[in-house]
Ligand binder design. Structure first.
Ligand code: FES
Length: 257
C-alpha cells in the first residue's frame, strides 16, 4: 500500500474487514511484515469476537458464585480450588500475571488435573523487536548463542553443551508436510534454520518466553538456550522451543503437531 498514514490504514482496514485491529498490527499487515497476513488478521478478529460473545458472556463467568471474589482482586489457592473443582471435566486455559498463573497451576497439579488439558500463555516485555530485520536479528541471536557457549565453557559446563561437530540430519513434520534436511548447522537454532530453508514455522517472541514455537521431539535431542515457559512435565513430554533449540544429536526428528 502507499504511505502508512492513519487515513490509509483506515481505508485498508475497511477494504479488508480488519476494523478492530490495533494500529500497529494493522500497519504490520498493510506493509506485509513477516508473520502477518490479512487472512491471519481476519481469523484473529473472528476468534476475538467469539471469545467476547461466547466465553465472556457465559454463565460460568457472569453467574457463578465462586467468582464473586474476582472483583476484589485478591485470590487464595483455596478460592481458586473451589472455582476449578466443579469444572474438572473441561480444559483449563491459564493466563495472567506470573504469580497468579503459578497459583492456578499449583492448584491444578494438586487436583491431579491432566497436563494435556492444561494450556498456558505468558505475556512478557521483549528485549528486542521480534519483527525487525530478519538477517540482523539472526546475526544478533547467533552472537548471543556464541557468547552463551563461551560462558558455559568458562564455568566448566562445556561437556554438558557439546553437540554434534558437523551438520545434523533434521526431519520436521509441519502442517501435514514432511521436510528433511541433512545440513543443519549445530550452531543455528531450529527456527532460524527452518526459515533459512523457506519453511514457515510458527513463532512469536523468539526469546523463549511464549511457546508459540513449541515442537515435540520424536527422535534425538536438542538443548534450549533459554526457556522461561516450559515446565518439567512439558520437557518430559518431549516439548521444546524451536526458537531456542540447538541439536545435541546427529539426527533429530520433530513435529509441530
Ligand atoms: S517464539 Fe516464543 S518461545 Fe519461541
Amino acid at each position: 500500500m502507499s504511505a502508512v498514514t492513519t487515513p490509509n490504514l483506515n481505508r485498508f482496514a475497511a477494504r479488508h474487514h480488519l476494523a478492530g485491529l490495533s494500529p500497529s498490527s494493522l500497519a504490520a499487515v498493510a506493509t506485509d511484515q513477516h508473520g502477518y497476513s490479512i487472512d491471519k488478521a481476519q481469523r484473529f478478529l473472528a476468534f476475538q469476537s467469539r471469545i467476547k460473545q461466547e466465553l465472556l458472556r457465559h454463565r460460568v463467568i457472569i453467574a457463578n458464585p465462586y467468582t464473586a471474589w474476582f472483583r476484589h482482586g485478591v485470590q487464595s489457592g483455596e478460592q481458586i480450588k473451589a472455582f476449578i473443582e466443579p469444572y474438572l471435566a473441561y480444559d483449563a486455559f491459564v493466563c495472567g500475571p506470573a504469580p497468579y498463573m503459578k497459583m492456578v497451576t499449583t492448584v491444578l497439579r494438586e487436583l491431579e488435573f491432566p497436563r494435556e488439558r492444561r494450556h498456558q500463555e505468558k505475556f512478557v516485555s521483549l528485549g528486542g523487536n521480534p519483527f525487525g530485520d530478519i538477517e540482523e536479528m539472526q546475526e544478533a541471536e547467533r552472537e548471543i548463542a556464541d557468547a552463551e557457549s563461551d560462558d558455559a565453557g568458562d564455568d566448566g559446563a562445556a561437556a554438558e553443551v557439546a553437540g554434534p561437530a558437523g551438520p545434523v540430519k533434521l526431519e520436521v513434520e509441519l502442517d501435514g508436510s514432511d521436510h528433511t534436511f541433512d545440513d543443519w548447522d549445530p550452531k543455528v537454532k531450529l527456527l532460524e534454520f527452518l526459515e533459512s530453508k523457506g519453511v514457515k514455522a510458527p513463532y512469536s517472541c523468539r526469546e523463549g518466553e511464549c511457546s508459540a514455537c513449541a515442537i515435540r521431539l520424536l527422535e534425538g535431542e536438542v538443548r534450549m538456550l533459554h526457556n522461561d515457559v516450559l515446565d518439567e512435565e512439558d520437557l518430559a513430554d518431549g516439548i521444546r522451543l524451536g526458537c531456542q533449540s540447538l541439536p545435541m544429536t546427529d539426527n533429530v526428528r520433530v513435529t509441530y503437531s
